[in-house]
Design a protein around this ligand. Sequence first.
Ligand code: ADP
Ligand code: MG
Ligand code: MG
Length: 229
Amino acid sequence: MDARFFTAWIEEAARSLRDGRDELTRLDAAIGDADHGSNLDRGFTEAVRALAERRPATPGAVLALVGGTLIRKVGGASGPLYGTAFREAGKALGETPEVSPAGFAAALEAGVAGVRRLGSAAEGDKTMVDALAPAARALAEAVQDGRAAAETRAGAGRDPSETGRGDGGLARALEAAAAAAEAGAEATVPMQARKGRASYLGPRSVGHLDPGAASAALILRALHTVASR
Ligand code: ADP
Ligand code: MG
Ligand code: MG
C-alpha cells in the first residue's frame, strides 16, 4: 500500500460519507445535534482537496495531512477524534513508501489508541470506539492468520508471495476489519451512551445507532472497497 492507495482510500471515504451524509445526520438528530453528516462531509471534502493540492509522497504524510485537516475543519467532537486517529496512524507508519498489512494493522491500533486517549471512551460507551477497536483487532488477527497460512504453505514448498501476503490476503484482511466495524456499530444500538453529547440523554440514548460508530464503519468499508479494485 503506497501513498496513492491511501489517497484513494480518503477519496472513497469522502464519497461514501457524502452518500451517507443525510443518514449520519439523521442518526445524530436522534441522540445528538444533527450535524455529524455535514461535519464529516465537510472535513473529508477538505481532506481530498488538501491531498490533491499537496500530493504527499508517503502513506504517513497522507494520513498526517488528513488528520490535520480534520482537526482544523471539523468543529464537532468527531473532528479532533478522527483527526487524532489519522495523525497517530500516520506517525506509526513513519516515512516508509510502501506499507505492509502488518504495518497498517499496527498503525490502525495506534490510531484507535489515540482516540481512546483523547476521548477517554472505552468499548461499550456507545462511540466510534465501538466500531474502531473491533476493526483494529480483526485486522491484526487476519494479518496474523494470513502470515501463518503463508508460512505453512512456504513450509510445504510453495511460494509464500502468492498466499496470505499477496493482494488477495490484504483484501481479505480489510474485509474482516470492515465487517468487524459494521458489527461493532450495530452493537451500539442497545447501549446507553457514556461519552459525548448522547450521554446527556442517559437512558433515552438506548435504541439508537451511534452516528460516530456508523461513520467509522463507512470509513473502514471504503478501505476494503479500494483494496478490492
Ligand atoms: P458533536 O457531538 O460535537 O456534534 P459529531 O456529531 O460530529 O460531534 O460526532 C459525534 C460522535 O463523536 C458520536 O456519535 C461519537 O461516536 C463520537 N464521540 C463523541 N464523544 C466521544 C468521545 N469522548 N470518545 C470517542 N468518541 C466520541
Ligand atoms: Mg453532532
Ligand atoms: Mg455538533
